[in-house]
Design a protein around this ligand. Structure first.
Ligand SMILES: Cc1cc2nc3c(=O)[nH]c(=O)nc-3n(C[C@H](O)[C@H](O)[C@H](O)COP(=O)(O)O)c2cc1C
Length: 482
């Protein structure tokens, strides 16, 4: 078995056999929510106010009218993709954004590039922070870059940090494309950046970053002008207790295959939004309610209640999930991924396991399917842990024959499969929110048991499950975005 295949095995089928169980404590050290050291200065470009109001008049799935100034469009796009902040008073993981993130650690960071200069998108300062101090005002096209920092997830996640960051990269890629389209851009994936770009941004592999992924925002030119920003964060102490353990080194190396893909990942401008949605909500409402599930004070996990839903809900999720990822290479990989959906409480659909091709096809009627998933889910219900698994309406599971994928496409296949899965996941999260439902991505299942429940052949490995349902617990949340 080569190194990449072995690495993938140790995060999949082999995880229970050959690695200690992942056990994470809220007090584990991380760099989460800390701006990178080169992005804490006092100069940059404030993001415009009023994006929320703009989104409150744009139907979910549609683009805003083209009446906004260029800088409001650029700022609105960045704010929509990365700056939606929602505080749930009793959620132990805060704050929440337009995307789900492992324990709200938000390991994916965004940068804006223009003519050799770069800014860090800092949602907490509501600003683009210049990486190199003040520069002259400039007018040129801009590009967006996404990069993930492994130390934002505690060491206790071990090798799983690799899969989780790649999934989140795919999730953020989809959200960035959606936000760009809403604000009138025609985004295109420009590939994986080289070492020079990683150094310009301060995201080299040895500092614990994934390779940078570049999104072209088209030929339109924007005038960017730095001003003094309030509250420089220079002098912030780095957290202590983050060990550079051998597994972190292995995790960083696991990205070499993706790094080598470079411009092969390039794609043409395309749409990340389905043609029709018709749910009658606005983008502001959907982004505000996007959630992985809620639970009461002091309780971890997610609550659930059973609620009968129309078939249109599954259709909506399917149409958002079926938008192809934005590059020919990703689409080739995506064509090798399969989706099974476990369903209960949907009008006209017998409870059981469905295979999703063009139409969902019932593979096996099974009244106990959600209970069976729940019994092996990462955590059962307890006084300090809730699980809505057995009450969930759907469990979407993306799976693939990883050995065949590896054989056909080489060592980068595993990483690219995670990106495709993340891309699809964010589509599911938005579509679920549009119907007032949570969508919870989860890796906390036992691969072999999931194979059995889904009747998958031994070579077919579940890559991610997205649990979709209705929360039992719904306290009001606080909006920290404008
Ligand atoms: C890639 C990924 C993997 C996740 N895995 C799990 C998981 O295994 N178990 C779980 O309960 N939640 C999981 N989550 C959900 C997060 O815990 C959740 O997004 C976070 O608590 C923030 O809540 P929010 O999405 O409601 O904002 C995962 C999220 C992501 C993005």
């Amino acid at each position: 078995m080569d190194t990449t295949a072995k690495f993938a095995f140790l995060q999949g089928l082999g995880k229970e056999l050959y690695t200690p169980a992942v056990s994470v404590s809220p007090s584990d050290a991380t760099t989460s929510l800390l701006a990178p050291p080169n992005a804490r200065g006092g100069v940059g470009i404030p993001l415009p106010l009023g994006t929320r109001r703009t989104l409150a008049s744009v139907p979910f799935g549609a683009a805003a009218e083209a009446t906004l100034s260029p800088i409001r469009r650029l700022g609105g796009m960045l704010h929509t993709a990365f700056g939606v902040l929602r505080r749930e008073p009793h959620n132990i993981y805060n704050d929440h954004r337009a995307v789900p993130s492992v324990r709200s650690k938000f390991p994916i960071h965004a940068f804006l590039l223009q003519a050799g200069r770069a800014w860090y998108v800092d949602p907490l300062r509501h600003a683009l922070v210049a990486l190199d101090g003040a520069g002259p005002a400039s007018r040129a096209p801009v590009r967006l870059v996404l990069a993930g920092r492994f130390t934002d997830l505690p060491n206790s996640y071990q090798r799983l940090r690799s899969a989780l960051l790649l999934l989140e990269l795919g999730i953020n890629l989809r959200m960035a494309f959606c936000a760009a389209e809403v604000f009138g851009f025609r985004p295109a994936l420009a590939g994986i950046g080289d070492e020079q770009l990683a150094r310009l941004l301060g995201v080299p592999p040895e500092a614990g970053w994934t390779p940078p992924m570049i999104i072209d925002l088209g030929p339109e030119e924007f005038t960017l002008r730095d001003v003094a920003l309030p509250g420089s964060r220079l002098g912030v102490l780095e957290p202590d207790g983050i060990e550079r353990d051998a597994i972190l080194t292995e995790v960083i190396r696991s990205q070499d295959a993706l790094r080598a893909v470079g411009e092969e990942l390039r794609g043409e401008p395309g749409s990340a939004l389905p043609a029709e949605t018709g749910v009658g909500k606005t983008w502001a409402e959907v982004l505000w309610t996007r959630s992985s599930g809620r639970s009461p004070d002091g309780v971890d996990g997610f609550s659930g209640r059973r609620l009968r839903r129309p078939e249109a809900v599954l259709e909506e999720l399917r149409s958002w999930a079926s938008i192809a990822p934005p590059s020919a290479l990703l689409r080739k990989i995506g064509a090798h991924l399969s989706v099974s959906v476990c369903v209960q409480d949907i009008d006209g659909m017998p409870t059981g396991v469905y295979q999703l091709a063009d139409e969902p096809a019932l593979a096996r009627a099974d009244e106990t399917v959600m209970t069976r998933i729940s019994e092996q889910f990462g955590y059962p219900r307890s006084p300090d842990m809730d699980s809505g698994m057995s009450a969930a309406t759907m469990a979407w599971v993306v799976h693939a024959d990883l050995s065949a994928l590896h054989g056909d496409f080489g060592p980068e296949a595993w990483a690219l499969a995670q990106l495709c899965t993340g891309w699809m996941t964010q589509g599911l999260c938005l579509a679920a929110a549009a119907h007032g439902m949570y969508a919870r991505p989860a890796r906390s299942y036992d691969e072999v048991t999931m194979q059995t429940i889904l009747d998958l052949p031994p070579a077919e490995i579940p890559l991610l499950m997205v649990v979709v349902g209705t929360s039992r617990y719904r306290e009001p949340a606080l909006g920290l975005w404008t």
